[in-house]
Ligand binder design. Sequence first.
Ligand code: ATP
Ligand code: MG
Length: 354
Amino acid sequence: MKPVCVLGNGQLGRMLRQAGEPLGIAVYPVGIDAEPESLPIRESVITAEIERWPETPLTQALASHPAFVNRDIFPRLADRLTQKQLLDQLGLATAPWQLLSDAAQWPDVFKRLGDLAIVKRRTGGYDGRGQWRLRESDCQTLPEECYGECIVEQGIDFSGEVSLVGARGHDGTLVFYPLTHNLHHNGILLCSVALPEPDAAQQRQAEAMLTAIMQELDYVGVMAMECFITPEGLLINELAPRVHNSGHWTQNGASISQFALHLRAITGLPLPEPVVFAPSVMVNLIGCALDTQWLSHPLVHLHWYDKEVRPGRKLGHLNLTDSHTLRLQQELRALACRLPAEYAAAIDWACEKL
Ligand code: ATP
Ligand code: MG
């Protein structure tokens, strides 16, 4: 098996490494301070767990490597302007949007987009950072440096958020997981629910959209597409050319995890459609210290990233899967007592989705 070098050494790189173990694929997550001599760069397949990286001799060597899969796609999707342009070009529905280049545009923006404007940094935002929710009365509070560096979108009154995680192989094979329902709190993913039998019309629409995107880009590997559910159908919120937080449930709730699927796709291994046998719930552990009592719940799979505990930081996640829905709900309710108070509403939401 060919080794894989991953640009970035956060939790996604760590979980790719873990998924490589049983396949006999040595995965090397690469931070900016890594020693090039310790890496089998020449014979590796190169991938990334982040969309942008600082320029160093090492990242340059990886980014210019002939075996860097999807190399030219990262900059195109990392900039929200060019990402939205791609979706427009493909005729795929998104929130109405425009480039925000000047404060003089505000009256037109509100006329065109409605009462609530969502301003997003073109590059570098994540987990709701680099994002402003503005009404006409407070648009002057936007920092001056945002103009030209941001897009502005219509605030969508969605009934829910879903994401589709899929993969494409070098030979054009396409496979998808069932849609994942996602609950965000302050712009950060808190909880996901996936069902083996998703809404058929939504699944069909989402697969058609992500197929068009991956085909157009000649993309290889796992890609995630986040969507808003509206009465008119799905609107694409954003794309991630990598494994994604909303696909973490697949580690324990599918026959092939998104991490193994990505490694298979980029190294040219067989890519059958993953089988999903039961409902799954993923709870992100955000800013809270490790509690080993989570492990006293038999359905809980703990994935702890070994990072320093800081408020608002993704530190790990819990996956729970069971074909017996009632038992899954009971265990989630019991688990809620061992989580910070703000999780209670998320657990209620998950129990209701099941
Ligand atoms: P991620 O961590 O997923 O990369 P992000 O910070 O890059 O997130 P988005 O996914 O664009 O940014 O936004 C985060 C959340 O903010 C969305 O999941 C959604 O809940 C809310 N949001 C974003 N855009 C809109 C919109 N146009 N209308 C309403 N809510 C929105
Ligand atoms: Mg997002």
